[in-house]
Design a protein around this ligand. Structure first.
Ligand SMILES: C=C1C[C@]23C[C@@]1(O)CC[C@H]2[C@@]12CC[C@H](O)[C@@](C)(C(=O)O1)[C@H]2[C@@H]3C(=O)O
Ligand SMILES: O=C(O)CCC(=O)C(=O)O
Ligand SMILES: [Fe+2]
Length: 328
């Protein structure tokens, strides 16, 4: 995070540990109050009654299940081709080679089928794969805009599209990722350590992340007190994460949430899909002027999303096994 002053101290308030669950069918005033409280206290909430049709979710699940069940020799044909991060990846989470017990597909979410970065993945799958991904991305993008507009309204900002326009930009750098954490083979002698990495500790650099997973656990979020709490999810619900960029836009009023995934301990594999809502690469990110006032001084410098993304990608993920951040 590019701070102009030392990182704001997170208040050591003891909170009741109950992950906020937000019902999108509530009236807007109640909803905006609940969402703002969740973004301030946890940088995270679960979302129910979100209106994304179950068929859109299940078609997406089937499409990616089909992809991951192919033999490795097939999947590596669409492997990410560095420096482009897009495509299939296996046990290599970031550019800097962080390892994790997972395989994934990363796609540019904007103009899915025309974007050259996605070409090898999308062109090599059956047409229903492309349709399923397109429909899913469109639905979660609309949901994200709705949430961001409710937030702007609740913060009494004069322009309620101040956040949502960033991801509606035709050049938005939003991306879509599906993670597949293989299950333990029943007959294997795999060590049953409790500290194996699934996806190491991090916060998402973007604005908002919308996650949906199957019923296999593993996701944990960190509270402001540094306590790790497991998140259980229903396959029909979403989890929403505040990213670093929204923390900066709100001048620290919302906190990006640190999270991690512990390696899968069940026989069934975990599958999660995330839409990462981001601005365009050349967009300047600065705290919104209305959120800077006497007693609430500006905490962050201005930077472009491209600059921040490069800085974030140069970091290593925090490790679960006790190594300090920065160590291999
Ligand atoms: C090690 C890393 C992987 C990551 C870039 C990072 O330096 C820290 C953030 C990670 C993350 C989390 C959200 C998305 O999954 C992702 C694609 C992103 O934009 O930031 C990943 C990055 C990655 O897997 O390359
Ligand atoms: O796979 C998950 O459940 C979360 C992964 C994650 O945090 C990410 O891809 O940024
Ligand atoms: Fe994440």
């Amino acid at each position: 995070m590019f701070l102009s002053s030392p990182s704001p101290l997170r208040t050591k308030k003891t909170q009741a540990i109950g992950i906020p669950i937000i019902d999108l069918s509530l009236d807007t005033a109640t909803l905006s109050h609940h969402i703002i409280t969740a973004c301030q206290d946890y940088g995270f909430f679960k979302l129910v009654n979100h209106g994304v049709p179950i068929q859109v979710i299940s078609k997406m699940e089937e499409a990616v299940q089909g992809f991951f069940s192919k033999p490795s020799s097939e999947k590596v044909k669409v492997k990410a081709n560095p420096p482009s991060p897009f495509g299939y990846g296996c046990r290599n989470i970031g550019f800097n080679g962080d390892v994790g017990e997972l395989e994934y597909i990363l796609l540019q979410a904007n103009s899915l089928s025309t974007c050259s970065d996605n070409f090898s993945v999308v062109a090599n799958q059956p047409t229903n794969f492309r349709c399923a991904v397109e429909d899913y991305i469109q639905a979660v993008k609309e949901l994200t805009c709705e949430l961001l507009e409710i937030l702007a309204l609740g913060l009494s900002l004069p322009d309620t599209n101040v956040f949502s326009r960033l991801i509606q930009d035709v050049d938005s750098d939003s991306c879509f990722r599906v993670n597949h954490y293989p299950g333990i083979k029943p007959e294997s002698n795999q060590p049953k350590s409790d500290h194996r990495i699934g996806f190491g500790e991090h916060s998402d650099p973007q604005i908002f992340t919308i996650l949906r997973s199957n019923d296999v656990p593993g996701l944990q979020i960190s509270t402001v007190d540094g306590l790790w709490i497991p998140v259980t999810t229903e396959p029909t619900d979403f989890c929403v994460f505040v990213g670093d960029t929204l923390e900066v836009l709100t001048n620290g009023r919302f906190k990006s949430v640190r999270h991690r995934v512990m390696a899968n301990k069940s026989i069934k594999s975990r599958m999660s899909m995330m839409y990462f809502a981001a601005p365009s690469l050349n967009e300047w990110i600065s705290p919104i002027p209305q959120l800077i006032y006497p007693g609430n001084l500006r905490l962050y410098k201005s930077f472009t999303w491209n600059e921040y993304k490069k800085a974030a990608y140069s970091l290593r993920l925090g490790r679960i096994d006790g190594c300090r951040k920065g160590e291999v």
